[in-house]
Design a protein around this ligand. Structure first.
Ligand SMILES: [Zn+2]
Length: 168
């Protein structure tokens, strides 16, 4: 996973807690052992109990996520349950934050986007994507305003036309 802070020359700090910056499979046993030691180190550095760290992990994955149980975090810690890809990503975010990378940069990841307006490099998009509500339009977009339901004026007009047609 290439993260913005890696590109911003914070690599050294990130390495301190053993975060790898290159993609790897969370499935290999070496990767699992590495992730377990990162988990243990994070819990110690943050001074959190199993239950507290379960809540921290869940919140890092998604703010609405239910906390992981104390028992589950224990099983991850001792290797009875594998560390999933989403938990591995959360551990890396927490590791980067521990080294002073701000939370927004630590949480952000690179994706390919199609932009309408000129965007600077490393711009952080805060909005969530949604699908155009016109039946048959498959475009996903980050709305320009919370009320926007269609990807374009064309789709909005077409939806109006279909509504009128169905009521005539
Ligand atoms: Zn559309």
């Amino acid at each position: 996973m290439v993260t913005p802070h890696a590109r911003m020359g914070r690599q050294e700090g990130v390495k301190k807690v053993g975060v790898v910056s290159k993609p790897y499979s969370a499935e290999s046993s070496a990767a699992q052992a590495h992730l377990r030691s990162l988990l243990i180190e994070l819990m110690r550095e943050r001074g959190e109990s199993l239950a507290e760290f379960g809540a921290t992990l869940a919140r890092t994955i998604d703010t609405d996520r239910q906390p992981f149980s104390r028992q589950y975090v224990y099983r991850l810690k001792v290797g009875q349950d594998p560390i999933t890809v989403e938990i591995a990503q959360a551990l890396q975010v927490l590791g980067a934050m521990l080294d002073g990378v701000n939370e927004l940069q630590a949480r952000a990841h690179y994706v390919r986007v199609l932009a309408i307006h000129p965007l600077p490099d490393d711009v952080i998009v805060l909005g969530r994507p949604r699908g155009c509500e016109l039946a048959g339009c498959r475009i996903q977009f980050v709305p320009a305003s919370p009320a926007q339901r269609y990807c374009s004026a064309e789709c909005r007009r077409e939806a109006d036309r279909r509504r009128r047609e169905s009521t005539e």
